[in-house]
Ligand binder design. Sequence first.
Ligand code: GUE
Length: 287
Amino acid sequence: MTAQTIDGKAVAQQLRADVARRAALLAAAGHQPGLAVVLVGDDPASQVYVRNKVKACEENGLFSLLDRLPADVTEDALLARIAELNTDARIDGILVQLPLPAHIDSHKVLEAIAPDKDVDGFHVANAGALMTGKPLFRPCTPYGVMKLLEAYRVPLAGAEAVVIGRSNIVGKPMALLLLEAGATVTICHSKTRDLIAHTQRADIVVAAVGRAKMLKGEMLKPGAVVIDVGINRDENGKLCGDVDFDSVVNVASAATPVPGGVGPMTITMLLVNTLEAAERKRPSPQA
Ligand SMILES: Nc1nc(=O)c2c([nH]1)NC[C@@H]1CN(c3ccc(C(=O)N[C@@H](CCC(=O)O)C(=O)O)cc3)C=[N+]21
């Protein structure tokens, strides 16, 4: 059996068409949804992602504002800029691109974003709302994964789901969204003793550890669904995921490629979160 490729690009395109339609309605009613992206420093990967986000806004009728600040910007200057964006009526969503330079306290910065504009869903208030099952914003990457699983009709109720990685921005919210959908969820991480015992039990494996090609075919139960959140560079500097795709395709029933899988969905769900923030403020005539 060779796994079906889960085409994140195609699902992203469908969802973005709906975003464009709803954004046009809001714009016609007098308020184009607006996203502010703040980029500190000039990390090349961050610049690619930020460029993709701004381009996706422009292509789908959202207003976007890109704030580029020098790597040596002070924490206070960044906090002051966020305070301005919090009160800027053109802006429905604010994203401060991570990672930030070491001299800046990321936690403090993320907490400075108004929770109702925190389209990353990283603010403690939004993380708490997610944990208690009434999320205002679902973090973009886990939200995008749920949309892929939905698009490919992967049964979740009662499914054995294994999330590898426990970050605040992917692993933990991913586990909570799978739990919310009725899966039995196991979170594995660097201290997990027998990772393979868990992954071989899983109907769904989400790899979000940041280790190139870590997940191999022999670690899976035949027919498992594999979601690769990794964004690594292999020995030749080529973009690759946490999944060894060539070995996994012979065992899995479906798998996301990198690029072309979760990445486009991350961007898309950022647009969806921004649009929904705008709709909450100004219900469009027919959302
Ligand atoms: N506050 C914040 N929110 C984020 O959501 C956030 C962040 N900081 N920091 C970095 C990560 C990473 N991230 C990606 C976005 C798009 C692609 C993406 O478009 N990937 C393409 C390939 C792009 C390329 O060519 O490198 C793909 O997988 O097909 C990947 C990764 C968002 N992040």
